[in-house]
Design a protein. Structure first.
Length: 304
């Protein structure tokens, strides 16, 4: 989908190994019709060069508050004023801390303080930094209180060797969020202020450590419904059984396994919801007995 009206995205790239992914994101935005202006921190330049972004965007890259400028031009103010969206991707713990505390000691943090445009932040860092350090979590909550949108990192193997939550959300996922945002801009947000619960995917009813009852369900329909409700302005909670899909950005996602887990998750949130959309393919049966060890074929009984 083309991004309408040549929207300007200011892409702020900070010093993490995931900086290379920002080039793919910039390319996708350009192809969709956006104007992209790239800001690099000093640390980001250690991971990716300005020439890459200049070739992709056909515009100079900004990396210094004191960049040479035309008469009457103030670089960080002009960038701040021209933006329809500021995106920090990847956002390191260092830059998140600066933004949360109003520190402006480089072009990125100065321009963000000066802009009236929406600011989105895509964290990327070691799992222990992201999940376990209270300062990082507090800074992220503070940014959310400012109205900044946090694009949650993915889980997986990290460059540092750890496995967990901390990978920069994939460029296509971030692009999809931006595209959806601009596509819906100015449209009637008919679900604004409404709280929706959507169930999606299959459930698994455990028989023994290696067997379970389930239904064939990708979860795609429920995820699509949740994203459509979010785009229409709703506050969405997605209760999802086991799927291979990435969590949608911008909503609470509750992961469950069994039908009972799903029931309890929905019931816990039911009183505060305006509607529940049940798109899950709940398993048809639940065994009476869950066995701690694998059942031998000769021990199987239909009465279980």
């Amino acid at each position: 989908m083309a991004i309408k009206e040549k929207k300007t995205v200011v892409l702020c790239v900070t010093g993490g190994i995931a900086a290379y992914k920002a080039a793919a994101l910039a390319s996708s935005l350009i192809k969709a019709g956006a104007k992209v202006r790239v800001l690099l921190t000093e640390a980001a330049r250690q991971f990716i060069g300005a020439a890459t972004f200049e070739a992709l965007t056909r515009h100079p890259v900004y990396d210094n508050v004191f960049v040479e400028k035309k008469e009457g031009q103030i670089a960080h103010i002009d960038l701040a004023d021209s933006a329809d969206l500021f995106l920090v991707a990847p956002a390191t713990a260092n830059v998140i801390g600066k933004m949360a505390n109003g520190i402006a000691d480089d072009l990125v943090t100065t321009a963000i303080l000066a802009t009236k445009a929406p600011v989105w932040v895509a964290p990327a860092m070691n799992v222990n930094m992201y999940n376990n350090h209270p300062a990082v979590q507090q800074n992220i909550k503070r940014l959310q209180s400012y109205g900044y949108r946090i694009l949650e990192p993915d889980e997986g193997l990290l460059a540092c060797g750890w496995t967990g939550k901390g990978r920069l959300a994939e460029p296509e996922k971030i692009f999809s969020c931006i595209d959806t945002y601009f596509s819906g801009e100015g449209a009637e947000r008919i679900l604004s202020g409404k709280k929706k619960i959507v169930t999606a995917g299959p459930t698994q009813e455990i028989v023994d450590p290696v067997r379970f009852f389930s239904n064939h369900s990708s979860g795609k329909m429920g995820f699509a419904i949740a994203e459509a409700a979010k785009a229409a302005g709703a506050d969405v909670t997605l209760v999802a059984g086991p799927t291979n899909l990435r969590d949608p950005v911008g909503m609470d996602v509750v992961h469950v396994r069994s039908a009972r887990d799903m029931y309890e998750a929905v019931l816990k949130r039911f009183a505060g919801a305006d509607a529940v959309i049940k798109a899950a393919a709940v398993a048809d049966y639940r065994p009476k007995t869950v066995h701690d060890e694998k059942i031998k074929k000769t021990e199987w009984s239909g009465d279980d």
